[in-house]
Write a protein of this length. Structure first.
Length: 755
């Protein structure tokens, strides 16, 4: 019965020859489908894949398909696996191949007397991937072919490794499976190439057709108050004439801090007329005998509203003519009368005016005394009393004279009997100054003048005092201020206090060193990394101690890498139109002469800092010195007030008050301290660019900043609520590799923050 059952089964499956009689004809089934034991014969074993490239340390699953001699699948057939070289690769009972070392190996799958094989090459894994070019530039509709090269840990090129391409912004640029990048619309997209899990990135910049550059700017002529320029107009990229912005600097120009021309026939912006037209225009309002430099930039569109710029033009220099000199009409001496004791001196000054009453300067003045036995007078107008009597002091310029009377009396020989200081007690905050005055009298109570006074402080760690009696608070405590003349002293008490710190709304100390986004943004405290696709070229967090900073462990390092830009920003730190105070430390080791380091308020989320109101710009000068400048106008570009030159490689504490006068107007009060906490500069000694008023004097005359007039996008309500710090990467920036550093940034709405 077992035999019959087995036979029936074989007949049913067609595994033995069967003679079938059909209409007298016989058909014999194919032979050879069973082996001598009566089981089916294995016809073939086929492995998938039949060849492969496998990096060391990785695994690959092989599958074996077993078929009989007639091609029917044999899914239940037992398969055994072997490797031709187990030092190169091993295979388990399920067909999983594990790579051990480089080389070629053959993996076999056996099913009875049949077998199949897969040839596998074990190669070094991909350790790095590089893309060429790294910064492809395109226009919409244009294409650039990128190439990705995979390398091993030793740097050897690895051929035949599959690469997967992708674009982070397909609305700007797409990329094919072969690395062909096609521009879609203006913007920036990152193109990624991945091989065996290792990724490389390229930055695709898709820009609208570029504006041509001007290289023909030239000076035609000058007067004492104007400069006439000429240039050839260029294409704005669309077939129309470009528009132009012209800026001026004196004696040299740095585009980022230069002033837009407003006077004459070439005010910025200038509307283009025709491509190739030679344009001549005159800049007015210049000072006589002054050197100026001019530069312009062509653009299309509207300034401050998405304009597209060409490259900056060549720079031209011009020196205005000297102003015609008016003749001296009057000479007035001050004081008109004076007295002096024998051995003393008195200073006179002379004011020269023309016929219209205008003050004249730079003229030669000759001083004389009509009685040189009574007094002589120097070329600077200082009269020296020689003997009792009277003399006339005369100042003469261009034949015109003015006179004053000097009376000389015998000197008093009374010694100093008392010294009184005013104020007798005073209090001042650390970093602030207090002026003391000393009154000298003789034994009869008569006021004595012209005596030498020496000033001292008994505790220089609390306060110091200079030769004119101005004391500066150094540290909290009490000191005695003493004035001494002819051995007689008077004293006053000075108390130095530490300002109460304001309540801090926001602070950032960059607690973790490194170049990761988490480190640079201080764990996300700065949630916006504006213009920062190459931020690792620009920003990192480093230890502060090697740089001489001891107030916190780490500092933010910012590098000048040409036009690479990275700005940390945070929105809504400060309530709208709210007076507030800020503080951070700054050290500058950068040395590029045309580079600036902005810290700015932003009115637009993620805006480039050049489109915002600068809080201040740290401008490099040369030879290891730089300046801090702050804005002081309501239009862009703003006029600025600057500190004197500051040495590189020194830490300064920068504090400021943003004092609102209305919802959209404010006055900005900066303070710059040294590392010891001594106040160096404030609004009283930051001077206007090019000289003139101090910032405080400008405010005293009614000056203020206007949020609504800075030329940037957004609303006044948004402005000065958002803050940015870093490097804007200006178009004129050079790739110096120099660095500057920020530390301990904080904002308060209740008062000065202090150290």
């Amino acid at each position: 019965m077992r035999y019959l059952s087995k036979l029936v089964k074989r007949l049913a499956l067609g595994r033995i020859p069967v003679v079938i009689l059909l209409a007298g004809a016989a058909c014999i089934a194919p032979e050879g489908a069973i082996d001598p034991t009566g089981d089916l014969l294995v016809g073939e074993v086929r492995l998938t894949p039949d060849s492969a490239l496998l990096p060391t340390g990785q695994s690959l699953q092989l599958t074996a398909a077993v078929r009989d001699t007639l091609g029917h699948p044999m899914p239940n057939e037992t398969v055994t696996w072997t490797s031709s070289d187990t030092a190169i690769a091993v295979v388990d009972s399920r067909g999983m191949v594990s790579a051990r070392s480089t080389g070629g190996v053959e993996i076999r799958a056996h099913a009875r007397r049949a077998s199949g094989r897969s040839r596998i090459v074990i190669a070094a894994p991909v350790a790095s991937v590089s893309i060429t070019p790294t910064q492809p530039a395109l226009v919409p509709g244009g294409a650039v072919q990128l190439t990705a090269v995979a390398r091993s840990a030793t740097g050897s090129v690895l051929e035949g490794r599959p690469v997967t391409w992708s674009s982070t912004n397909t609305s700007v640029a797409t990329v094919s499976a072969t690395g062909l990048v096609v521009g879609v619309a203006a913007g920036l997209a990152t193109i990624n190439a991945v091989a065996e899990g290792v990724m490389a990135a390229a930055s695709a910049n898709v820009a609208n057709p570029s504006v041509s550059s001007v290289s023909t700017l030239a000076v035609v002529s000058t007067t004492d108050s104007s400069v006439t320029l000429r240039f050839t107009e260029v294409n704005d990229g669309t077939g129309a004439a470009a528009n132009y912005e012209l800026r001026v600097g004196s004696p040299t120009i740095s585009w980022g801090s230069a002033t837009a021309v407003t006077g004459g026939s070439c005010p910025s912006p200038m509307t283009g007329t025709a491509i190739g037209a030679v344009r001549t225009c005159t800049v007015t309002g210049r000072s006589p005998s002054t050197t100026y430099q001019f530069q312009l930039v062509p653009f299309r569109g509207t300034l401050g509203a998405g304009a597209v710029f060409g490259a900056l033009s060549n720079v031209v220099s011009a020196t205005t003519a000297a102003a015609p000199q008016a003749a001296v009409a009057t000479v007035a001496i001050a004081p008109t009368s004076a007295s002096a004791v024998v051995g003393g001196s008195t200073s006179f000054s002379a004011t020269l005016r023309d016929a219209a009453g205008n003050v004249l300067t730079g003229r030669t003045i000759t001083w004389t005394s009509t009685s040189t036995s009574v007094a002589t007078v120097s070329s600077a107008g200082v009269a020296s009393a020689l003997a009792a009597g009277s003399t006339t002091i005369r100042a003469t310029s261009e034949g015109i004279s003015g006179t004053a009377t000097l009376t000389v009396t015998a000197p008093s020989a009374q010694p100093v009997a008392s010294v009184t200081l005013s104020p007798s007690t005073a209090s001042v905050a650390v970093g602030q100054a207090m002026q003391f005055a000393a009154t000298l009298r003789d034994a009869s109570g008569n006021l004595l003048t012209g005596r030498s006074v020496t000033w001292t402080s008994t505790a220089s760690a609390v306060a110091t005092i200079n030769a004119s009696g101005s004391a500066s608070g150094v540290g909290a405590g009490t000191t005695t201020i003493r004035a001494t003349s002819e051995g007689i002293s008077g004293q006053a008490t000075l108390t130095v206090t530490t300002p109460a710190p304001g309540t801090v709304l926001f602070s950032s100390d960059w607690n973790t060193a490194g170049t990761s986004i988490a480190a640079v943004t201080d764990g996300g405290l700065w949630p916006i990394l504006a213009c920062g696709s190459v931020y690792q070229n620009v920003m990192s967090v480093v230890a502060g101690a090697p740089l001489g900073f001891t107030d916190s462990p780490n500092v933010l390092r910012v590098r000048m890498a040409g036009q690479d830009c990275a700005m940390l920003q945070r929105d809504g730190i400060i309530p709208a139109s709210t007076t507030h105070w800020g503080r951070f430390w700054i050290r500058n080791d950068e040395f590029g002469t045309s580079n600036t380091h902005p810290v700015a308020y932003h009115n637009v989320h993620g805006a480039d800092p050049i489109q915002a109101v600068p809080l201040q710009r740290f401008a490099n000068i040369s030879n290891g010195f730089w300046q801090i400048g702050v804005p002081a106008a309501g239009s862009y570009p703003a006029n600025r007030f600057y500190t004197p030159l500051l040495p590189n490689g020194v830490w300064y504490r920068y504090e400021w008050e943003m004092r609102y006068l209305s919802a959209t107007t404010f006055q900005f009060y900066p303070r710059i301290y040294n590392a010891a906490g001594v106040l160096l500069y404030d609004a009283s000694n930051l001077m206007a660019e090019g000289g003139g008023l101090s910032l405080q004097q400008w405010y005293n005359q009614g000056g203020y900043n206007n949020l609504g007039g800075n030329g940037s996008a957004g609303t006044a309500a948004q402005l000065a609520r958002n803050f940015g710090i870093g490097n804007e990467g200006p178009s004129v920036a050079s790739n110096t590799g120099g660095s500057w550093y920020y530390a301990r940034f904080a904002i308060s709405t209740t008062g000065w923050i202090g150290r």
